[in-house]
Design a protein around this ligand. Structure first.
Ligand code: PXG
Length: 456
């Protein structure tokens, strides 16, 4: 690709004429013009104007390792030369697909020894739905079909992903969610708990699941799915009491527990998987993003032995994707996961750089806009509020977050805004100096936002 051929405005014009973007307003984007990213290294991106941007979001929560690893590029090139494609249908495999399955069984929690491959987080969640349905059919309980998930959850953009998800602004754009997809409250202590302590509220929020199961009848409920920490929904870190109670309820009512590890997986929270940070043992885990650090599309559903044992009696499972276990994607994911393991990157998130980021974020506690600071490992949120004392949101939710995000854009830092929460999820190799640089820019953007609305 000859990047110098066109000027930024020419790229923007071509893009305007031919490219429809995800989650974007076509007219608005067309008027503004897209930003053209041209290269990346470590935790930094560069755009077509030569601006250097610090990426506080690891792409879309996915570049766990970091940008610019030549060894991953070489693995891809070598695999493409040797065997660019073959499938895993019809009693066939390729060496990279099987090697990756084996490696995944080693880095995932005990009892998780089998994977079903896909190409995106959305596909992995669709696969999880179909696996769970097949599980209950095989067990002779075909009426157990309902999935329960949470408000504001993001589980993808396919029809099942969007139905599992709890984003009302997605549901509104079609007849969604499909029947059989139910939602309960997200465990957002800061706004929802009133006078309850975090642990009291965690139990209360978990028992919303029990209420829902009792309302629907346990004999119709197949599974509960949730992210250990809800990512796109605003980095909602549940109280410690939440997950053990969720697990108790799932076991008591014979409901499968699916952990969506698409964001939390592969070291983000300081353990290999988010469920390990919160002390629960899912029956299935869906994974994508950090599985290849975004270098190439790949995803998977990890299935616990107790589920696999049942599925062994189910005959053909009529599901799969042309690129399930694609050899190039599998080879790159293998190299990425081996690097996360061999370079001690997950341990560093747990013991060193994660605690450093979380500690330094506490310095924002006295900022006039910041109501709550939450996070774990290298995922975090600063909740911007109108009234810190009374945990009160701004009148028009999302407006101040958008202002702050615009300042981030102007100041060459990438943060994501969900409502008025400003989110961070940087690459896992970020250094102390880079965290410092990141937070200096965060402060600049918060201060500019505070000045805009006259509280500073
Ligand atoms: N589950 C979770 C928890 C996710 O965060 C998906 C599933 C779907 O993955 P794919 O690969 O199909 O996109 C995701 C994706 C955002 C944003 O704005 C978040 C995601 C995707 C796009 C935007 O925060 N998460």
């Amino acid at each position: 690709m000859n990047r110098t051929l066109n000027s930024t405005s020419q790229w923007q014009q071509e893009d305007r004429e031919h490219h429809l973007h995800p989650f974007s307003d076509i007219a608005q984007l067309s008027e503004k013009g897209v930003r053209v990213i041209t290269k990346a290294q470590g935790v930094y991106l560069w755009d077509s104007e030569g601006e250097k941007i610090i990426d506080g979001m690891a792409g879309l929560w996915c570049v766990n390792l970091c940008y610019g690893r030549k060894d991953l590029a070489e693995v891809a090139a070598k695999q493409m030369r040797e065997l660019a494609y073959y499938n895993t249908f019809f009693q066939t495999t390729t060496m990279p697909a099987t090697a990756l399955a084996t490696l995944l069984s080693q880095v995932t929690p005990d009892g998780m020894n089998n994977v079903f491959f896909g190409n995106s987080g959305s596909e992995s969640n669709d696969t999880a739905v179909r696996l769970v349905w097949r599980y209950w059919q095989t067990k002779g309980q075909p009426k157990k079909t309902v999935f329960i998930s949470r408000e504001n959850a993001y589980h993808g953009s396919t029809l099942a992903g969007a139905s599992l998800g709890g984003m009302s602004y997605m549901h509104e754009q079609g007849p969604l969610p499909f029947a059989g997809f139910e939602h309960i409250e997200q465990p957002h202590w800061y706004f929802n708990a009133g006078d309850l302590s975090p642990d009291e509220y965690g139990l209360l929020a978990a028992r919303k699941l029990e209420d829902k199961i009792l309302k629907l009848g346990a004999d119709s409920v197949a599974a509960f799915i949730a992210e250990p920490i809800q990512g796109a929904g605003g980095v909602i870190v549940p109280p410690d009491s939440y997950w053990p109670e969720i697990q108790r309820i799932c076991r008591q009512y014979d409901i499968l527990l699916v952990s969506d590890e698409v964001i939390c997986g592969f070291g983000r929270t300081g353990e290999w998987f988010g469920c390990q940070s919160f002390g629960f043992e899912p029956d299935l885990m869906t994974m994508a993003k950090g599985m290849s650090s975004g270098y190439i599309p790949i995803s998977g559903v990890m299935v616990h032995d107790r589920v696999v044992e049942v599925l062994k009696g189910s005959g053909d499972f009529n599901h799969g994707y042309t690129y399930s276990g694609h050899p190039v994607s599998a080879a790159v994911a293998h190299a990425n996961i081996a690097a996360l393991r061999d370079e001690g990157i997950v341990e560093r998130v747990k013991n060193d750089i994660g605690p450093y980021l979380q500690k330094r974020l506490q310095e924002f506690a006295d900022h006039p806009l910041v109501g709550q600071i939450r996070g774990r490992g290298l995922i975090a949120a600063l909740e911007l509020v109108k009234d810190k004392k009374n945990h009160q949101r701004f009148d028009k939710v999302g407006e101040v977050g958008a202002m702050c995000r615009n300042h981030c854009f102007e100041n060459n830092i990438i943060m994501r805004a969900t409502g008025d929460a400003m989110l961070l999820s940087p690459p896992l190799v970020i250094t102390v100096e880079e965290v410092d640089a990141l937070l200096t820019k965060v402060r600049t953007c918060l201060d500019l936002t505070a000045k805009d609305i006259g509280v500073m």
